[in-house]
Design a protein around this ligand. Structure first.
Ligand code: PGA
Length: 256
């Protein structure tokens, strides 16, 4: 049984843009956000923590604004961390978790993400949980098993009702920022296997509701290919989400 899942484009700004640059983007994106929304597509960006507030204040209300990480504790002695109540107070309800750069440079594990996913869901917020394999794992043909483990650990202990609120982003590490995007066939094959892992965990109805994005060198000129695949529900985009022109190009080619 196939159910319609709303398409989603999320720009991951990583450690780019000062607050004034983020504000400029927020002020300039109204028209394209309305265009996307009128075509039934969800669109958003994930600025750095210091830029979140200015984007909230200056972007159209339909733009989804996500943080790039969060701590699972509400407050306390966690130097350098940001909590869920802090994000909620400035109007943020989406958070990217487990991006490969955070796994690599900050030692973030799938089990650590699981605690954050649970904390976000308990606060009616939306986690975007990233998974993906290294080039070595890909070349050894171990992608599906590797990603399955990330999914099982990230989703551990969730109810069906909770699981369907999580967005998954499959991002092969070898495709991130390299210009070597995965072919649509590879992306679909892995994403379909993620959906079948979710089906095993939560049943078909729930698995069919979960949005799964592809990420890794998605550009205006290749985004449409992915959207033609049945299990791919959108894209998590780094480099090509930074400039207004390129972001507009992503939206225009996504709706085609
Ligand atoms: P990229 O990054 O589009 O620049 O490859 C994607 C991501 O890391 O989310």
């Amino acid at each position: 049984m196939t159910m319609a899942r709303k398409k989603l484009l999320l720009g991951n700004w990583k450690m780019n843009k000062t607050p004034s640059e983020a504000k400029e983007f927020a002020l300039g994106c109204s028209e394209m956000v309305h265009f996307a929304v009128s075509h039934g597509i969800d669109v958003g960006v994930a600025p750095t923590f210091v830029c979140l507030q200015t984007v909230v204040e200056n972007a159209p209300k339909d733009l989804i604004i996500a943080a790039q990480n969060v701590n699972e504790h509400d407050h306390g002695a966690y130097t350098g961390e940001i909590s869920i109540p802090m994000l909620k107070e400035i109007g943020i309800s989406w958070v990217i978790l487990g991006h490969s750069e955070r796994r690599t440079y900050n030692g973030e594990t799938s089990l650590a993400c699981n605690a954050k996913i649970k904390a976000l869901l308990a606060n009616s917020m939306t986690p975007v949980y990233c998974c993906g394999e290294t080039l070595e794992t890909f070349e050894q043909g171990q992608t599906k098993a590797f990603v399955a483990k990330q999914i099982e650990e990230g989703f551990a202990g969730l109810s069906k009702e909770e699981a369907e609120k999580v967005v998954v982003a499959y991002e092969p590490i070898w495709a991130i920022g390299t210009g070597k995007n995965a072919t649509k066939e590879i992306a679909e094959d892995t994403i379909a296997s993620i959906r079948s892992v979710l089906k095993g965990l939560f049943g078909e109805q729930t698995a069919e509701k979960i949005r799964i994005l592809y990420g890794g060198s998605v550009k205006p000129n290749n985004i449409a290919e992915y959207m033609s695949e049945k299990d791919i529900d959108g894209a998590l985009v780094g480099g090509a989400s930074l400039a207004l022109d390129s972001y507009r190009g992503l939206i225009e080619n996504l709706v085609k």
